[in-house]
Design a protein around this ligand. Sequence first.
Ligand code: M6R
Length: 615
Amino acid sequence: MCGVVAVIGKQNASQLVVEGLKKLEYRGYDSAGIASASCGKLQTLKSEGKLINLINNLNQISNAKLYSDPLIAIGHTRWATHGNISLENAHPLTSENKVAVVHNGIIENYETIKNKLISEGYVFKSQTDTEVLPHLFMKYIKLGNNFLQAGRLVLKDVKGAFAFIAMSLDFPNELFVSRNSSPLAIGLGDKSNFVGSDAHSIDHLTQKIIYLEDGDHALVKLDGVDIFNEYEEKVNRKIINIKAEIGLITKGGYKHFMEKEIFEQPSVIPQTISTYINSDSRIKINLNKLGFKNKNTLLILAAGTSYYAAMVGKYWIEHIADLPVIIDLASEYRYRKPSVFGQSAMLVISQSGESLDTLMALRHGKELGLSTNAIVNVEGSTIDREADFSLYTKAGSEIGVASTKSFTSQLVVLFIIAIALGEKFNNLKPNQIKKYCNYIHILPSAIAQMLNMENEIKLIAQKIKNAQSIIFLGRGLLYPLALEGALKLKEISYIHAEGFAAGEMKHGPIALIEDHVPVIMFLVSDGNEDKAISNLQEAYSRGAQIILIADKNCIQKASFAHFKIEIPNFETDFKSFLSPFLMAIPAQLLAYHIANERGTDVDQPRNLAKSVTVE
Ligand code: M6R
């Protein structure tokens, strides 16, 4: 993870770098730092914790001129991998106060390099893998190499997935940058240039962006950028014009971004819907582009919440299109030799489009000969650019670490894909298609109705906020929602939570039940509800505190539940088919209100980052 940013050739380079860092905090917020050069001196400033601490420090420095004058500056926001969260381990890391480096990723062979450098007299001040980079630069510069040559020698030494930016007092008008598996964008200005982990981090400075490709390195100068591929051949990479987002996204009166994003769902989902369905219920997804010429098995890969969306997608596609679907965690798929028998296409799902596990899985699938498709929220992200074909969720920027509106938008796209596949491969009749499309059009108002249940959910949150452990149960389409409810809760409230398929309880997890353990079940009448209610009864009999979020019929049948939240009255078929959308709302609200009651950092929970760019 980690975010890197750099400015060369503009007054106030440090301030401009800090502006970029504000947009990169989603990549990590354990510490932050900047380095700049002016009057032949390297200045570094670092702070533990969130970026705001660095900004406060910067504002307090009496000799603020030191930081407002430089024409060159680099900055970093950290998600710790090697070395604890401390000032020493915060970036930029330096060598002899002449070279400074900011780095995202991992240098896998750093220990060997470090031992060698120590034997050569270099002194290490941090426990990071990154610190080998400035020392290697120093070593090669001392040997008489120019910055480009030194950087190339560094690249020959290091192994791993990384993106880094280096500056040196010996070459005050140059930045050396390189990327290998971690994203890096270069922005082109007028007698000034910029670098950032993503285009958004530098879109306040320019709209002309070049994305480096894997293995590329570049010398970024005041008046131009020289880009080279892994064979050190000079290359031209495409210049893309991006639209700058106007200003920073605000909380719009909500206490947290997560809360705002939960409540945005009724207005965001219509954007996703209209992208893929015409007003006359015609689906605008070209299955041939998705690599679906024949009736083959579809492979879906993702991580975290996006994986739970994939689980729901599997149920829908198998039911509506009668097409086999294999799903896998991206991080698992990559490190085995999966059989591609009967497969021609893969679909990866990623909000950020930057999850390294998912990106690597996509590349693995490509190597195995599959056509690669992606459902992403961030247009221009690495996964978007590398996939053969992308479908955008159009959820708008999601700032809170917990995925909320991006999850339901992913579900919309998956449901529409299921209908399109059903039409092509399962003889789905126009009236059935129309019925499903009508369901989709009802979704925004159905979600708005579910959001009206907030007060009831808040009361439950207050009752169970001190639990040590909470169990979520679901069956069928709501099993993935049980997993999602547990993930949402644990990541922002730090309460241990597990999701189980209700029928699995008796195979082991029921041993966890003791007096007053909250057990939350999501349930709708789908013909199989009696089985789930029996599973719930089994937990009740062993002392669990039962919380049932369900429709009227299920609530009546499970009258033993301690707390019952009745969802609004929806048509039976709609409710049973689209229950994942409905139950996503209480799952999100419950996690949000429990975390809020406990006073945790809801938008930036500990140890996490919005975009997970390490394996
Ligand atoms: O950006 P992605 O969808 O690829 O992210 C995958 C997971 O890291 C993400 O869904 C994570 O689990 C969320 N923080 C869950 O709320």
